[in-house]
Design a protein around this ligand. Structure first.
Ligand code: PEP
Ligand code: MG
Length: 537
């Protein structure tokens, strides 16, 4: 038995087989090849294999997501038949270059060439060239693809996971995540929580091949990862898991009940989601609405920005499924740990304090307008609200409102129906909390993002696992900023909620209720637990 400890992201227990997940990255260097013919043959075989893989992906996508989304794999397959691209690679191999390096070089040259073109469609192909080149390189280098190859759901053991990797994974195949790196407030941890996966980050485990397929237990209560437990330990943990499942089941008797304190105060308990699929869990757990739809997840794990039509379909689907309940859509909060290569964001010294979220939207209004058009169009199908992330000034809100008005006018001119849409902002920078008296005059609601508010107030990077032991999420500075925001909001009839992870910390529920909080938005997993807590106050 091997016992490791980590940082738990969800209290719960998962028992299953380990799947060691390795990243595709490896060092790519130029080496001298002597047998040119053999190298050319190796390259041809790799291209054939890539085409086969793309054909399989096309068929899978056709069945699961439809023809439109599947098309990209067909396009990639066609690109792998481009004579110019293939000949340039072969010519480099003929100069005694190893095939991997030749593909990398030629792929990168072609990609740059496409990126510099005037035509938008051709520019978008720049990322596709890199993608197909990577596919061929991985086959040449014997690196597997990153899909999970297992018939049963597994405990995924990885070095670290990015939000894009997490979002692209087949969730039905994952029982829990265990990562060596990562912090409990990272978006990967947040995703694990919203998927109800009892996971561990920052775990002192090694990524050993011998762990592949071994039975293991993730104990989110004790924050332990136990590999190869002997029968008696396995028995004990199985009982503990069953008890946890039983307790979770017993909370279900609160479905349909109100979130009301013993002295009659109602608190809205809403849910945080990352996409359409999460709505099922919101409905199952009886969430009163959606307090945070992290729309940027629609932009991750893909090669281009989602179109207005694609976004419209997603927002509409969420609004329809919520059947009139409030859905707060947060506009694109990309940047920092949520990266999308196709946006061409440059590496930064301090990405969390960098070019991100509303700053990108105001700087590249086309991206912003597309999203706003999609949300307003979808607003006719339910009760939509919009909130803007990373606000630091009144000036930003005024600029946003000008764009919002223009978008609405365009839609009115085109006679496209729209619903009433509440506008709000996230209070997640100390600047916003401090000037919340002025900001409250501008919007209808505030949603406090305690994840970022904590990192900026305490100057502790939420991604830095080494600082987690000093990251006091109950720090009086944070609680005072929350109190100040609630008071300032209420003076202007602006309702105030919390959508950061602190909203589900039941040790603080009474404090928030005493402060006058109107809404708490949490992962669906926590709705009933929070309801129980509120009803006891
Ligand atoms: C927050 O910062 O608290 C928040 C809810 O937004 P995100 O975690 O997506 O940054
Ligand atoms: Mg945030």
């Amino acid at each position: 038995m091997v016992k490791c400890t980590g940082k738990g992201v969800l209290k719960g227990i998962a028992i299953g087989k380990i799947y060691v997940y390795r990243k595709k990255e490896f060092a790519l260097v130029r080496t001298q090849v002597d047998d040119i013919e053999a190298e050319l043959k190796r390259f041809d075989l790799a291209v054939d294999e890539a085409k086969n893989q793309l054909e399989t992906l096309y068929q899978e996508a056709l069945e699961t997501v439809g023809e439109k989304e599947a098309k990209i794999f067909e396009v990639h397959g066609m690109m792998l038949e481009d004579e110019g691209y293939l000949e340039d690679i072969k010519n480099m191999i003929r100069e005694n270059c190893n095939a991997e390096y030749a593909v990398k070089e030629v792929g990168s040259n072609y990609s740059q060439m496409f990126a510099a073109m005037d035509n938008e469609y051709m520019r978008a192909r720049s990322v596709d060239i890199l993608d197909i080149s990577d596919k061929v390189i991985n086959i040449l280098a014997g690196v597997g693809d990153d899909s999970i190859k297992s018939d049963e759901p597994v405990i995924l053991l990885a070095d670290d996971l990015t939000p894009s990797e997490t979002i692209s994974m087949d969730k039905d195949k994952v029982l829990a995540f265990v990562t060596i790196h990562g912090s409990a407030n990272s978006h990967t941890a947040i995703l694990a929580r919203s998927l109800n996966l009892p996971s561990l980050v920052n775990t002192d485990v090694a990524l050993l091949e011998e762990y592949q397929g071994k039975t293991a237990v993730v104990d989110g209560f004790n924050e332990e990862f136990i590999i190869n437990p002997p029968d008696d330990v396995l028995q004990e943990l199985t009982e503990k898991r069953d008890k946890w499942i039983e307790e979770t089941e017993s909370l279900k008797k609160l479905i349909g009940e109100d979130n009301v304190t013993t002295d009659g105060r109602r608190i809205n308990v809403y849910c945080n989601i990352g996409g359409v699929d999460d709505v099922e869990r919101v409905l199952e757990s009886d969430g009163g609405g959606i307090g945070l739809f992290r729309s940027e997840f629609l932009y991750l794990g893909r090669d281009t920005c989602p179109s207005e039509e694609e976004q419209f379909e997603s927002y509409k689907a969420v609004l329809e499924k919520m059947n009139g309940k409030k859905v707060i859509i947060r506009t694109l909060d990309i940047g920092a740990d949520k990266k999308a290569d196709y946006l061409g964001l440059e590496p930064e010294e301090n990405p969390a304090m960098g070019y991100r979220a509303i700053r990108i939207c105001l700087d590249q209004p086309d991206i912003f307008r597309t999203q706003l058009r999609a949300i307003y169009r979808a607003s006719a199908y339910g009760t939509a609200s919009i909130m803007f992330p990373m606000i630091i000034s009144v000036d930003e809100i005024r600029k946003i409102k000008v764009i919002v008005e223009e978008v609405k006018q365009e839609l009115r001119d085109a006679e496209i129906p729209m619903g009433e849409v509440e506008l709000g902002i996230m209070i997640e920078t100390p600047a916003a909390a401090v000037i919340s008296d002025e900001l409250a005059k501008e919007v209808e609601f505030f949603s406090i993002g305690t994840n970022d508010l904590t990192q900026y107030t305490l100057a502790i990077d939420r991604q830095n696992q080494r600082l987690e032991n000093i990251c006091d999420t109950h720090h009086p500075a944070i609680l005072r900023l929350i109190q100040m925001t609630i008071e300032n909001g209420h003076k202007e009839n602006t309702w105030v909620g919390i959508c950061g992870e602190l909203a589900s910390d039941t040790r603080l529920t009474k404090t928030f209720v005493d402060m006058g909080i109107d809404e708490l938005s949490v992962s669906p997993t926590y709705v009933l637990e929070l309801r129980k807590k509120i009803r006891e106050i």
